[in-house]
Every structure is written in C-alpha cells, then in structure tokens.
Design a protein around this ligand. Structure first.
Ligand code: MN
Length: 286
C-alpha cells in the first residue's frame, strides 16, 4: 500500500449509480491548494445481452470508480451498489478535501466487503477500480485503487497505459509467462476474478500513487469495455475525442457495436491547469 496525506478542496459533481444513460459531471476545484482542474464524463449501459446492469459507479470529486457486480439474480447489482454507496460516505465527498489516503479508502472497502457479505450471504461480490485525487503539499496525485478486473488506464502524452493490475486467472498466467496479453484477451477463463469485495478470502485492494501530469486523461472502465475493444481501439477513441463526456459516449457505443456482451461502464477524467504544480513540487522538495 502506498499513500499519504494531503491538503484542501474541490466541490461539484454528484454520485451516480447505474442507469442506461450517460450523465455529464463537470468538476473543478475552486480553492484547492493546487489549481488542478478536472473535467469528467461518465456513463453506463446494460449492453445488448444482459437483462440487468450490475455495474455501478461513482464520479464525485475526488472519487472516480467503477464497480462490476457478480452473482446473478440481482445479487451482483446489490454488491456493486453497496460498494459505491459505502464509498460515497467518505468525508472527502462532502468537504471536498483532497486528503484521502489508501488506508482510509481501504477502511471503507472493508466496510463495503462486510456490508455485501451481510446482504448477500457471500453469494455475490464486486470488483472496484478507479482513482481518488489526493494532494500533498499542493502537488496532486492519482491514488489508483483496484480489486478485481475492472480497469484504470492513463492516457499520457498520447500513450495509453493500464495503471491497474487485474486480479484474474489470466493475469496470473501472463505474469507467469505462460500466455501473452493478447492470448489472455480471448482465453476461455478470462472472466475468472481472483480477488473481489464481498466474496473470497481477500478484500485488500492494490494502491498506487501517480503524480498528476498536465493533460492526463484517466479512463476507468468495467470489463464490458475492454472485453469488447482492445487497448489500441480504446486509445484511438480517447485520443480523437477531446470532450470527456463525448469520449465516454463514443467508447460505450463502440463496445455495443462490437457486441455489447456485458454491462459497460466508463468514466473519463481530464486533468488540466497544473501550471503552478512545478513550483509546488520544487517547494516540496526543499
Ligand atoms: Mn462485467
């Protein structure tokens, strides 16, 4: 686990749960120590084959995360919903402060884990991936979190990188050098998740702290996106559509055109106006 404290405040944006439409959640941070400005797009779709949408998401500054519920008979929807509602209780959403830490987030995830177990008798679980924006001495960071196989990517200087590591059987095979990433994408056991909230033995997420760079674009998605589109396709759409909500809409439409076999959820967060951050960094290093 990596993390640390930070400083002050944004506001704006609302928590959202599944629906079949996309909503725009513009977000800015008046009065925060850094001048960081966030623009956000988000949306979710049931897809073309599933009867229900078991994905949930939260896009409320400073928390941007996607939960993909598993468990059938509405249990998956209950699990992802509990997860997102629990996270929305983080005080940072009310105060706008960017002082969250991995330890604090994990505390809420433990609470979500217990809540899901209680509500579903451990028959359901959920993934969770995304970012929490935190600041230290006026320097903003993406606190990347992940449990399961939903994904967080960063588009930086035209290059798309997955910044979360899947907790899945195929990822373990990739790590062991037994299959390639491309083979993993079509492997019959690609949907088997090795860690989740609400089920199994481990409810600890992975955390990673990345400095926010000017022009960063974060994509958080459920596997209904990356199961339909390869990373090159995702990168092309992200690079060609400057508006975050339009990028989300385009990604979801592309996943549907490709088959829409699963629920698909996307959040895009753009970071800009970091002009003063170099100065704060220099000050922080002294
Ligand atoms: Mn899914």
């Amino acid at each position: 686990m990596t993390s640390q404290p930070a400083s002050v405040p944004p506001a704006g944006a609302s928590a959202a749960s599944p629906g079949t439409s996309s909503t725009s959640v513009p977000s800015s941070a008046p009065g925060s120590v850094s001048s960081l400005r966030l623009r956000v797009g988000c949306g979710t779709d049931r897809g073309l084959r599933r009867e229900m949408n078991e994905d949930s998401f939260i896009a409320a500054d400073p928390v941007f995360a996607v939960a993909d519920g598993m468990g059938g008979h509405e249990a998956g929807e209950v699990a992802s919903g509990i997860c997102v509602r629990t996270l929305s209780g983080m005080p940072q959403l009310a105060t706008g402060e960017r002082d969250a830490t991995a330890a604090l987030v994990q505390q809420y995830l433990r609470q979500a884990d217990a809540g899901i177990r209680e509500a579903t008798g451990s028959r359901a679980g959920t993934t969770l991936s995304g970012v929490v924006v935190v600041e230290q001495l006026g320097v903003p960071y993406w606190l990347v979190l992940n449990i399961g196989d939903s994904r967080t990517y960063r588009l930086s200087k035209g290059e798309l990188r997955q910044v979360s590591v899947d907790h899945s059987e195929v990822q373990e095979l990739v790590d062991a050098g037994e299959i390639t990433r491309a083979e993993a994408a079509v492997h019959p056991r690609r949907h088997v998740v090795t860690r989740a909230l609400g089920t199994g033995d481990e409810s600890e997420a992975d955390y990673r702290l990345l400095p926010v760079e000017e022009g960063d674009r974060i994509l958080v998605c459920s596997d209904g996106l990356n199961g339909e589109l390869d990373d090159q396709h995702i990168a092309r759409i992200l690079a060609s559509e400057p508006d975050p909500q339009a990028a989300v809409d385009e990604l979801i439409q592309a996943a549907l055109r490709s088959g829409g076999r699963d629920n698909v959820t996307c959040i895009v967060v753009d970071a800009s106006n970091l002009a003063d951050v170099d100065a704060a960094r220099t000050a922080a290093e002294r």
